[in-house]
Design a protein around this ligand. Structure first.
Ligand SMILES: [Zn+2]
Length: 240
């Protein structure tokens, strides 16, 4: 392993939601199409996913659009990756649009924060629809307790707020570190606004803003969870 990774965003479908769903209290009533994004991360040897997209689109309670080309196996194949090649899946959190395809990677080791699992078991009723219980509890997880290094060049930091156990993934590249933020930062504009804007779905706003400050202090390039402009580059870093 080189400890220097390349990050490929995977476009795994689209959700149409109110803007205020992704950016708290911004433009309520305005419908926006947000991509569902997962990330394939590799140094040429180790093959990792950060998140893995949404549950099947015929889902009982969370409808969204997914073309055949956006099916996770097809999206990986375009990068010459087979599902069985994926050895590790790091989940930013357990919401249906981030951890909906665990079953496609039975040979992988799945990383999640303990606090995320604990909340998913018994969330507030208003958040129950964010978790697909049929899927997420069939996975055996490698449970993490706090910030830690996963590999040389890949570490996770806890960034609670959107959910209690949300984590962000810091990845070393030839151009310095990138941070995959999950839904802590759904859109670039949320991170670039002053004050910064939380996701409309959150469990603790005070913790949320501490997490945003924690990310800011790292001075990484940030990859948001649902910003269409993330998909404008086939891979990161892109300026090589
Ligand atoms: Zn989420």
């Amino acid at each position: 392993m080189t400890g220097k990774y390349t990050i490929y965003p995977l476009h795994l479908g689209d959700i149409v939601r109110q803007k205020s769903n992704m950016a708290y209290m911004r433009e309520p009533g305005t419908k926006v199409t947000f991509p569902i994004i997962a990330f394939y991360v590799t140094d040429g040897q180790t093959k990792i996913l950060v998140d893995n997209g949404g549950t099947p689109p015929d889902h009982r309670y969370q409808p969204y659009e997914r073309t055949a080309e956006q099916e996770p196996v097809r999206a990986l194949k375009r990068l010459n990756v087979e599902p069985g090649d994926i050895t590790n899946v790091i989940l930013t959190h357990l919401h249906w649009d981030h951890a909906g395809n665990n079953r496609l990677f039975p040979g992988a080791k799945f990383y999640i924060q303990r606090t995320e699992l604990q909340y998913a078991v018994a969330p507030l009723k208003i958040h129950e629809g964010s978790y697909d219980y049929d899927l997420i509890f069939r996975t055996k997880y490698h449970v993490l307790d706090g910030d830690c290094k996963i590999f040389d060049g890949i570490s996770v930091i806890t960034t609670p707020g959107h959910s209690p156990g949300s984590q962000s993934v810091v990845i070393e590249t030839e151009e310095g570190p990138y941070l995959i933020a999950g839904d802590l930062i759904g859109l670039y504009e949320c991170y670039e606004s002053d004050p910064m804007v939380a996701n409309g779905i959150h469990t603790d706003l005070v913790a949320y803003y501490k997490s945003l400050e924690k990310v800011r202090a790292l001075n990484c390039r940030v990859l948001p969870g649902h910003d269409p402009t993330v998909l404008e580059h086939r891979a990161y870093p892109f300026n090589r």
